[in-house]
Design a protein around this ligand. Structure first.
Ligand code: FES
Ligand code: FES
Length: 180
């Protein structure tokens, strides 16, 4: 029998009718429409579905949505603020921390959970923590380098206007070709 469940995701309240065995992954993606969280293995191995619930990193493919009532849920969509990317998002862009992008929301969320609890992890601590997030494209070094850049304070986050200005300059240089 369906139940009425209130979930707090990225600071917004969502009221959803769901079966008691509804997984958080599907509640986020299909009921709420936040498709940034990805499904990979579906068995808690790849980390693509990682989200933060009540300050803890969890695999949303193994977590019941009803178990998240009353807790703050953070997904990749909740990281950018006021037109500014989160430093980890900026770093993944600048340091090439992704290729196809399927694992990227989970990688960034996992890295955020690490830095929230330990803002200055060692290289070994980063490698060990991130070992639960698999990537089939980047070879991991770029992901590691992106996280290290944030730890070392090398990332300057652009606001939206600055980013649009930079992209307009790139376009004016003819880097992007029109399709016509
Ligand atoms: S989809 Fe959840 S860990 Fe792989
Ligand atoms: S960027 Fe493609 S799987 Fe990680």
């Amino acid at each position: 029998m369906k139940r009425h469940v209130a979930l707090n995701v990225n600071g917004e309240e969502y009221e959803i009718e769901m079966e008691p065995n509804r997984l958080l992954l599907y509640a986020l993606r299909d009921d709420i429409g936040l498709t940034g969280t990805k499904e990979g293995c579906s068995i808690g191995v790849c980390g693509a579905c990682s989200v933060i619930v009540g300050g803890r990193l969890v695999s949303s493919c193994l977590t019941l949505a009803v178990a998240c009532r009353g807790k703050e849920i953070t997904t990749i969509e909740g990281l950018a603020r006021d037109g500014r990317l989160h430093p980890l998002q900026q770093a993944f862009l600048e340091y090439g921390g992704f290729q196809c992008g399927i694992c990227t929301p989970g990688q960034i969320i996992a890295a955020k959970a690490l830095l929230d609890s330990n803002p200055h992890p060692t290289e070994e601590e980063i490698k060990e923590w991130m070992s639960g997030n698999l990537c089939r494209c980047t070879g991991y070094y770029k992901i590691f380098e992106s996280i290290m850049a944030v730890v070392q304070g090398k990332v300057r986050v652009e606001d939206q206007r600055a980013r649009e200005h930079r992209e307009a300059r790139i376009q004016s240089l003819g880097v992007y070709k029109s399709e016509s």
